[in-house]
Design a protein around this ligand. Structure first.
Ligand SMILES: NC(=O)c1ccc[n+]([C@@H]2O[C@H](COP(=O)([O-])OP(=O)(O)OC[C@H]3O[C@@H](n4cnc5c(N)ncnc54)[C@H](OP(=O)(O)O)[C@@H]3O)[C@@H](O)[C@H]2O)c1
Length: 256
């Protein structure tokens, strides 16, 4: 029985400076206190604070996942021989304008982070998992990767892309013992909307008006649940929605 349990030794979590990534880091550390963590994101002060809180097995590196060389050279700065978990969580939506008014800079930020950054990190780290013939890749997708909504165009395209990559990864890693899970949340109150609206707090707040969104901890619990299944079980996809949200476009706003 014990042989079939997942006992991770090193987890790499991208986007760990806020929201889901921060909650996932805390939850993984609490479920597997012996597991080393490497936290990645750009805001060093946030990562340092979280790493100090989690304890001595937690390290961090301030890194922009869009910078290919910085990602590719991670193995020169960290020992990944015991790598067990990759959580590809770093990502963003930028802007919510109709297609013809959207900023191309926003599109580039989303494509470079949500797709290319995720690819750089996965391609850099997967060989350590295949070498060990085990491990678990968790992709934070979105309901936006399953259902398109107005003004979501490029964000939707990146998350649909992540979904396609997950399917491809599962096929190409078949027989390697590596599991690939996608956790696809609906609306969750993190810094996500603040980032999407370029720091406009008022606009960000209106996103959750009259409804109860998911919390980061809800997503972290789903991630840990998927990781904690016996080794012969791969939870391929989890779609996690607020009770007040039926689909990307159907939201109940009758609450207080
Ligand atoms: N909140 C939602 O409603 C929702 C729903 C479905 C899916 N998602 C997805 O969930 C993931 C996490 O989002 P969240 O809601 O937790 O938002 P968040 O609070 O804004 O967190 C995003 C994280 O990604 C990191 N990040 C962004 N750009 C980066 C870059 N270039 N390099 C390295 N790290 C970068 C940020 O850190 P730094 O700024 O410090 O770099 C931050 O830690 C994203 O992929 C998002 O698309 C969110």
């Amino acid at each position: 029985m014990e042989k079939n349990r997942f006992l991770p030794k090193l987890a790499v979590i991208s986007g760990a400076s806020s929201g889901f990534g921060e909650a996932i880091a805390r939850s993984v550390a609490s479920r597997w206190p012996e597991c080393r963590l490497l936290l990645l994101a750009r805001r060093e002060d946030r990562l340092r604070k979280l790493a100090e809180e989690i304890g001595p097995l937690c390290s961090f590196e301030a890194l922009d996942i869009r910078q290919r060389t910085a990602v590719e050279t991670l193995p020169e700065r960290h020992d990944f021989r015991e790598l067990s978990i990759i959580v590809n969580n770093a990502g963003l939506a930028a802007g919510m304008d109709s297609f013809s008014h959207a900023q191309i800079d926003d599109w580039e930020a989303m494509i470079d982070t949500n797709l290319k950054g995720l690819l750089y990190l996965t391609r850099t780290l997967v060989p350590f998992l295949t070498e060990n013939k085990s491990g678990h890749i968790v992709q934070i997708g979105s309901v936006a990767g399953r259902q398109v909504y107005p003004k979501g165009h490029v964000y939707n395209a990146t998350k649909f892309g992540v979904r396609a990559l997950n399917e491809g990864l599962r096929m190409d890693l078949l027989g390697s013992g590596i599991r690939v899970t996608s956790v696809d949340p609906g609306m969750a109150e993190t810094e996500f909307s603040l980032v999407r609206f370029h720091g406009d707090e008022k606009q960000a707040k209106t996103v959750y008006r009259g409804m109860e969104p998911l919390r980061a901890q809800d997503v972290a619990e789903a991630v840990v649940w998927a990781l904690d299944r016996p080794l012969h079980v791969n939870v391929q996809e989890i779609m996690l929605m607020p009770t007040d949200q039926a689909s990307a476009r159907d939201i109940w706003r009758g609450g207080p």
